[in-house]
Design a protein around this ligand. Sequence first.
Ligand code: GLA
Ligand code: ZN
Length: 685
Amino acid sequence: MKMKTPIKKLNKFLHGGDYNPDQWLDCPEILKQDIELMKKAHVNCVSLGIFSWATLEPEEGNYQFDWLEEIINNLYKEEIYTILATPTAGMPKWLTEKYEEVRQVRENGVRNLSGGRHNFCYTSPIMREKARAIDTALAKKFGNHPGVILWHISNEMGGNGNDASCHCPLCQAAFREWLKNKYKTLDSLNHAWWTKFWSHTYTSWDQIHSPVSNGVKSLHGLELDWRRFITAQTVDFYKKECEAVKEYSKNIPVTTNMMEFFTPLDYFKFKDSVDIVSWDSYTSWHESKDDVDLAIRTAASHNIMRAIKKQAFLLMESTPSLTNWKHINTLKRPKMHMLSSMQAVAHGSNSVQYFQWRKSRGASEKFHGAVIDHYGKDDTRVFKDVTELGIRLESLTEMIYKTINKPKVAIIFDWENMWAMNDAQGPNNIGMKYIDTILNHYKPFWEMGIDVDIIDMEQEIDNYKLVIAPMTYMMKEQFGERVKEFVSNGGCFVSSYWSGIVNETDLCFLGGFPGIIGDVVGIRSEEIDAINEYYPNSILYKNKSYEVKDLCDLIHLQSAKAEGYYEKDFYRGMPALTRNKYGKGIAYYIAARASEEFNKDFYSDLVNEIGVEKNINGNLPYGVTVTKRCGEDSDFLFVQNFNSKTVLINLDREYEIAEDGISVSDKLELKSYDCVILKDKKDII
Ligand code: GLA
Ligand code: ZN
């Protein structure tokens, strides 16, 4: 077979998904039919071997790769490429039975039995050695195969419920080493964790144990470092797998599939070690009558994934129809498959991949949606939906593949900040609603059709016009410095209540909140009130009253001017929204959790004030958004209608419908769940 450069082969929209032929090796007619049907469905890429360790290495050191080779070859002959997985997400019995250290220990100190998935100890030297051995063998065999275009390292790392952590003795020892490296001395650790509280002072490194409910849970610095350690250890495990495959497979990029706002792992820490970001999206479409809020959450997740590397990403998994693990598994209504898939592309995905190609016959995923059902033929609604999308992606590749969204607005979402805020006791222990708050600030931009990057506090911010940092409870010093520079140089910054409270080890700032950004926003926060239904409040902004809830910050003006005031209670008349000029820029402070309507009005005023352009000038109908992928000669506007009814969009100028070249101006009609792509040619001067 003739060799091509593998990275070049990623040069098209991928369409396909997880393919588990090892479940069907005794049915050659099914394997043959799979490839025929893939061609029919315009599938050009599958992910292979994700859970195949027991078939690839049925006993220690005995590698059985012939079946895989035959499949990769047969696919390649039909121009279907392979994303090849390392199989570490599911461990074979010989491994877990012979070497118990590879199995995770739960928080209660009990070691897991064999079975399940995503449950290996990422510290265990034996697990690392065995993973390296199979990964190396796979890379030697397939690392230069012309059909293999990408390495899929493990699968949804840490995805074993919402606790990705292993508490085994090896992890405890590694944690202590990690801490020694970070703090150097016990004195500095004791200070950082404020251990004099309840006599928690450590007098020897060996006394340190992971936070567990029957031990220490009250030291937030410990909690925070443990979570950081888990991310660090997972990234380290991931990198070791990358090194193993790259040794024999230098030209093939690597990825690992992520899971949106997955609490246990700080995905931004994978930034430098993934060549391309990929993620698995399982939105519960139709869980209520209105899909708009779900569309907004999904859009935000896509934006995080794109922003990790500021480049196109891959939608690695999605369901072509339904899932089987939610309380209620509703089918995607007609056209939702097209819309939800185009939404990914609209936000910068260069693929639409599924879990999975063919439904399993047994075990827990036998009722999860798949392209091919147990029925086994192609005359199904799902197959038709998938084929239609495959054809559309093929026709769009050349035009759109190299384009990418280039937002001028960033919202800060930081995992470490979320961990710290959730661990802290007070001011509201029912829930600080950090993710909801991020989404509430994002929503107006989605509604206005303005692209947004969602980034953490460690990323650069100079290229944005507007940076919004809601609830930056933990104010990282470097971020604070960046904000100062950003605003001095003319940027616009929006901060909110519960910001600048603690440093990176969760110690409160002394001398006034919001700490390091106090001068930028020009206010001082004195107290915060967690309000309930008996103490309602509202703020007055531009003569309109807006309800506030949950948290109200009682602030004093320093250099800032008030633009909104509390209307009730003992702090009636105190500032609730402020604006401060700082250098060449401006900084706003929103002191209370205000209603969606406030965010909508406030951000609409703000984008006008600072000149952030909407992708289509004017107001969009409810449930409609526009994202823009920018290219060299043309930009492409993805106009998406998440309503189950037809809407009319007012256009600000003439565009061409990208897929048929027809010109449109004035009005664009979008039927229910339509996504229309408009081409906007750049003026050549
Ligand atoms: C995850 C996994 C897949 C599969 C799907 C089902 O995303 O990576 O292996 O279990 O969920 O939705
Ligand atoms: Zn462990």
